[in-house]
Design a binder for this molecule. Structure first.
Ligand code: AQP
Length: 342
């Protein structure tokens, strides 16, 4: 059966982009796949996190998973740092990946900014840890937003080089001609890249200093309405064809958000709203966003009131994940040639 793995960083301000590009799709995959969903707290500390805040945010992402409808009994929900095999495999992958590959990662360049000398070594090594997250379960599919496409390609390159470098040992240990699968990214739908509400050329992001740039999953109806009303637009009415959105990134973004929230397509949305002024369309978008997001926010608040329960979900998920991860790590140690107790 196909196995899905994906993760979200507990770095604060979970937003509509995280929801539409990732969490909403995690929920949908549960019907057809075995799924492992991870709060990637070790990724979070590649940039400084206040320990108390990190603690709260790990629980908040878990609450968002559960509130959105992920079932931690049927599938696995856990936080990365409780399964140390992720870090172990990441080290092996640090030794497989080439400096040139990591140097090409645009996310590192964006996050490190101009002061690259001052970025953490962990931020540079981030993609190798991400490859380990996925491959420690030998996951076949990863639902992510488009911003993660390059990291998924690197994951495939690492899997392939490991399979090639150790081909003889892999076969000798009875794993045939490939140990790691070449994982498929699943990037589809109208909102694979939700853009900032203030600037249609930037993705909606947790770390944008302007709270008006994003709709947070914890925003109440008033905040959602205010942010959508203030969202940047142009003076023209909505076009009736998708082609008419090409040079209008802000309009394209709002239409894509509407489509994703209503499980339709931008073409459907324009069939209904083509020719409308933004004032009217934004009012309709507020209704749709509030109807979809308010129940999630309410359930998140309810879950956050009982942190003990969340911690228990994470502990149980970690126990189940560790069994699977340890099996892979044992095999990797044998393949690489490490001696281990049996
Ligand atoms: N704007 C977005 N549109 C669609 N999908 C998005 N994702 C993130 N932003 C958008 C997807 O959400 C998942 C979790 O992301 P993450 O928290 O692991 O990392 P990130 O991509 O670094 O998230 P942010 O929100 O942009 O945080 P900062 O500001 O810290 O960089 C991933 O599947 C991602 O594709």
């Amino acid at each position: 059966k196909e196995l899905v793995f994906s993760g979200v960083q507990p770095t604060g301000n979970l937003h509509l982009g995280n929801y539409l590009g990732a969490i909403k799709r995690f929920v949908a995959m549960q019907e057809t796949h075995d799924c492992i969903y991870c709060v990637v707290d070790m990724h979070a500390i590649t940039v400084w996190q206040d320990p108390k805040e990190l603690n709260r945010q790990i629980r908040e992402v878990t609450a968002a998973f559960l509130a959105a409808g992920i079932d931690p009994q049927k599938h696995i929900v856990f936080n990365q740092s409780q399964v140390s095999e992720h870090a172990e495999l990441a080290w092996v992958f640090n030794c497989i990946a080439r400096m040139g590959w990591a140097n090409r990662m645009t996310q590192f360049k964006e996050k490190a900014g101009k002061d690259r000398e001052n970025a953490s070594v962990g931020l540079f090594a981030y993609p190798m840890l991400m490859a380990a997250d996925i491959l420690v379960y030998r996951a076949t599919h990863v639902p992510v937003g488009e911003d993660q496409k390059q990291h998924l390609e690197l994951t495939r390159d690492i899997a392939q080089k490991f399979n090639n470098d150790f081909a003889e040992s892999i076969a000798a240990h009875g794993f045939g001609d490939a140990f790691f699968p070449l994982t498929e990214p699943m990037i589809a739908g109208p909102a694979t890249r939700v853009m900032s509400l203030r600037d249609g050329s930037k993705k909606m992001s947790k770390s944008d200093p302007s709270d008006y740039s994003r709709i947070n999953l914890t925003d109440d109806a008033d905040a959602i309405a205010q942010k959508i009303r203030k969202a940047k637009t142009d003076p023209e009415p909505l076009p009736s064809e998708v082609d008419g959105l090409k040079t209008r990134p802000e309009a394209e973004n709002l239409v894509a958000i509407y489509a994703a929230l209503t499980d339709s397509t931008p073409a459907d949305v324009l069939r209904e709203h083509g020719g409308a002024q933004f004032s009217g369309f934004k009012a309709a978008l507020v209704d749709v966003a509030v109807a979809k997001l308010s129940p999630v926010a309410g359930e998140m608040r309810r879950l956050m009131a009982d942190p003990g329960h969340i911690d228990q979900v994470l502990a149980q998920g970690s126990d189940r994940a560790r069994v699977l991860a340890a099996r892979t790590m044992d095999a990797v140690k044998d393949i690489v040639g490490f001696v281990r107790a049996r």
